[in-house]
Design a protein around this ligand. Structure first.
Ligand code: 4G3
Length: 238
């Protein structure tokens, strides 16, 4: 997969994407990640990327010309163009699975108070939000999406099953897990996990997932509000 990122702060991306699984995916060629500075698509002496909103009000907007030029240069025929904004569709594991099937993503990191609406209309395929809070810019949301999608690419995780079997793949929270020692300062591992009875272990884990989800995230058990598994319509969508 190719991911192009359009940002005013390319230096923010050094670190998170140069470590661990994302770095391995890049080195193995499974992920091609390219960072682009929006200021490189300006032509004036001050490399201006923002301007005041028509109609007044506080703050600045990203102006359309540098964004259009950058998108004309980078998007080609293939790119699925995503704008990171607090007003976007709430990102989740199900959306990540859909994105992982695309050939080419182009992430636009919004900044300031937003982006001129003509960019949304002309270029953006999808607006996403990583949660109900406002950040100084869209770089952190872009990194979150890159991280979540990269580990779903074929061949990226060492153990292919671990991406499939983990939390959220079933739409439930993960069950409690333990490693050695069986007794740590008097805190004991549940007997069933040491029993060797795999049918019982599977049943115990399913029950723990269900209980934990009911306590912590009842919204995930509600068919009308849960994000749903990939390709599955919510009751409200029907
Ligand atoms: C306002 C995304 C702010 C409008 C971006 C971009 C949070 C998220 C911004 C806009 C952001 C999020 C930049 N803050 N919750 N800040 O995903 O288009």
């Amino acid at each position: 997969m190719k991911i192009d990122v359009l940002t005013l702060f390319p230096a923010m991306f050094a670190g998170p994407l140069d470590e661990s699984i994302v770095q391995r995916a890049r080195k193995s060629g499974r992920l091609e990640l390219n960072l682009h500075n929006l200021r490189d698509y300006t032509h004036d002496r001050h490399r201006t990327v923002d301007d005041r909103p028509f109609g007044g009000g506080p703050g600045m907007l990203l102006k359309p010309e540098p964004l259009f030029e950058a998108l004309e240069h980078l998007a080609g025929e293939s790119a699925w163009v995503i704008l990171l904004t607090p007003a976007g569709r709430p990102f989740n594991q199900s959306i990540a699975l859909e994105l992982a099937r695309k050939e080419h993503l182009l992430l636009i990191c919004g900044s300031y108070e937003g982006v001129d609406e003509r960019v949304h209309e002309g270029w953006v395929d999808e607006e996403l939000s990583i949660g109900d809070y406002v950040l100084t810019n869209g770089a952190l949301p872009a990194m979150v999406i890159i991280d979540v999608v990269t580990r779903l690419l074929p061949g990226v995780l060492g153990d292919e099953q671990s991406a499939q079997e983990e939390s959220f793949s079933h739409g439930l929270l993960e069950y409690p897990q333990y490693t050695r020692p069986a007794d740590f300062r008097g805190l004991k591992v549940p007997e069933v996990l040491r029993s060797g009875n795999h049918a019982q272990i599977t049943a115990w884990r399913a029950e723990q997932s269900r209980l934990r989800t009911a306590h912590r995230r009842p919204d995930l058990l509600d068919r009308t509000t849960a994000p749903g598994l990939p390709g599955q319509a919510k009751q409200n969508d029907l």
